[in-house]
Every structure is written in C-alpha cells, then in structure tokens.
Design a protein around this ligand. Structure first.
Ligand code: DP6
Length: 327
C-alpha cells in the first residue's frame, strides 16, 4: 500500500509592520506590505501522510480534528500539491504546537508554513524557499513569512515573502503576554473583509501602511530599537484604529490588554527599552533587548489578567525533521 510521509517544523512570526486587508481575496494577496520576526519559542510541527487507505483528507491540531472552513483551507493547500505532482492520494495531517493552544495565539502562520514544506517533501517536490512561501501564502498570508527565519518582508500584492535580515542579525527579545480571554471571535480573513467593507478608516490605513513599513525595515536594518519600536507601535495602533472603526466594531482590546500597554509605557518612562504590538486578539507582544527582558517580563506578569509571559528570540526558517523530533 502506498504511503508517502514527511514532517516539518515552522515557527510563528509576529508582524512588526502589520498586514490587514487583501488586495486580491481569491488569491490571498495582501493590500499592504508587512514585516515580521520569526520566533524561536513558538513552534509548530506538522506531519503529513498521503495514504492509499484514506477515503478523504483529515487534519488534526493536537487531538482536535479540523472541520468546515479550517479543514477546507488545509485541503486547498494539499490540492495544490496534488495538482503539481499528479498524485491523487488522500492525506492525514497532524499538527502540534509547542505553545499553549488554549492561549489563542495565532498558529496559522507556523501551521501552514510547516504544512507547505512537509507536503512538498512527502511528494518529492523540491520547491525553492520562495515557491514554498508562495504556497503557504495562498493558505494564509502571514504563513508566507514563517517559511523564512529572522526578519522577513511580504510586499503588498507579492506572491512570496523575502528575507530582510537573518536570525542572528539582531538579538532582540519578544515577550508575549498571554491575556485571559484568548479565543478569537472572528477569523482574520473574515475580519479583514469586514474592515474593508465597513471601516471609514480602511483607505487611510492602506495609504499610510507603506511608509510605516519602510520605517520598520530601515530600523531593523540599522538595529535601531527606538525607531523600530515607535514605528511598530504606530503600525499596530493604525491597524487597531481601522478595526475599531468598522461596523459592528472589531474590538479585541480587554482591560488586561490596556493594562499591559500602560505597563510598557511606564517602563519606557523609567528607562527600559520596551515597545508593544498586538494582533487580532487581546494578547500583547513586547519587543525589548536581552538586558531589559527580565524586568519587562516581571512587570507584565503582574498585570491583572495576564496569565503567562512567553519569552522568544529570533527563530529559524521552516525545516524538515525526522519522525521522532519533539513538537
Ligand atoms: C493581525 O495571515 O492570519 O496577525 O491571510 O487571511 O490567513 P489570512 O490572515 P492572517 O492575518 C494576520 C494578521 C495579523 C497581522 C500580521 O500578521 O501581519
């Protein structure tokens, strides 16, 4: 009986210059450029098994089987791999996250990057990192960035992400303050469509994002934390202002989120280099330097409603692994 299998690991990434909105929803091309940092602490391991004994495609995250839209997105990516190779076998995908899945942290970026790589390897396709990034992007745009390690850009309308600086370019720390109410009410794709249709600020966001992206890229290249932090916070608040002004509002902020933001600002006033960003959820991510990381982490841990603070460093590119590797 034919069985083709492979496993890959990919790391989550956090955008320093944010992506929100589609230039082409059908092809999943982004309306604004984004730039992210791949993180070592947040890892997804995905195994794919093309098996003649399977009647249909199956996918699991941990023990939880995917259904409906999440399963359709996985199947759509596998369909592309089948179309490239002529293989018609059905597949079973098993994905495990090294980070707490209940935390509501985005796992689609690392998940689809790992799936694209594992799927290509299982079918004997040798795709370039750029081709893998394009494949991952078609499933989830942020996944295009998780194919690469370190600092990574995805230009507006681009098929694939490109590396900006490698993992060892700059030893920054990203602290993830996990806030209690973790579950996302609205999936990103849906939220973006809603924002584009109903937020009067959407045009302003799309118009202003490229300049902020350039500032973020320059600051990363020059290892200028103050300039990066200022531009990253601006990108975050522009995106949230745009989301908040949609109707009904996409409102991700909780009292704990605001408490964490306030803590970051107070830390800065007392001389600690720390800058915040947020995504489509209540968690707060804080960029700092190793010398300040412990103090910043302790300050975030005591914010009411913060349940955990994860400490991450720049992480590697997606890579194939053996059968016995830890999740
Ligand atoms: C707020 O990549 O999850 O995290 O392309 O529809 O899958 P889809 O969206 P997704 O959106 C990520 C949005 C964000 C900002 C970012 O990562 O740039």
């Amino acid at each position: 009986m034919t069985i083709l299998a492979a496993r890959a690991v990919a790391h989550a990434n956090i955008a320093l210059a944010k992506y929100w909105g589609k230039h082409d929803a059908a092809r999943n091309l982004t309306a604004v450029p984004s730039l992210s940092l791949t993180l070592d602490g947040l890892r997804t391991k995905t195994e794919i098994l093309f098996d003649a004994g399977l009647a249909g495609d199956e996918a699991f995250v941990g023990d939880r089987p995917l259904t409906e839209r999440p399963l359709e997105r996985v199947v759509a990516l596998i369909d592309q791999l089948r179309a490239m190779t002529g293989v018609t076998l059905r597949a079973r995908v098993t994905s495990t996250n090294s980070f707490p899945t209940a935390s509501g942290l985005a796992s689609s970026a690392s998940g689809f990057a790992a799936l694209a790589l594992a799927g290509a390897r299982a079918l004997g396709l040798s795709l370039s990192p750029s081709e893998l990034s394009a494949l991952a992007r078609s499933a989830s745009a942020s996944a295009a960035r998780s194919v690469f390690g370190g600092f990574v850009a995805l230009e507006a309308g681009a098929e694939a992400a490109v590396p900006v600086a490698p993992q060892d370019h700059w030893n920054v720390v990203m602290l993830v303050a996990v806030v209690t109410r973790g579950a996302k009410g609205v999936a990103s794709s849906e939220g973006m469509g809603h924002t584009a249709r109903t937020s009067p600020y959407y045009r302003a966001w799309v118009d202003s994002a490229p300049e902020v992206f350039q500032e973020v890229r320059r600051a990363v290249q020059e290892r200028d934390l103050e300039a990066l932090g200022e531009a990253m916070e601006h990108s975050t608040l522009l995106m949230h202002a745009c989301m908040l002004a949609s109707r009904p509002s996409l409102f991700y902020l909780t009292p704990s989120t605001l408490g964490a933001l306030d803590t970051v600002r107070s830390l800065r006033r007392t001389g600690s280099a720390a800058y915040f960003t947020m995504d489509a959820g209540p968690h707060v991510k804080v960029l700092t330097l190793p010398a300040h990381a412990e103090q910043v982490a302790h300050a975030l841990e005591v914010v009411p409603g913060v349940v955990e603070v994860l400490s991450c460093r720049p992480g590697p590119a997606a890579h194939e692994v053996g059968a016995d590797t830890r999740p």
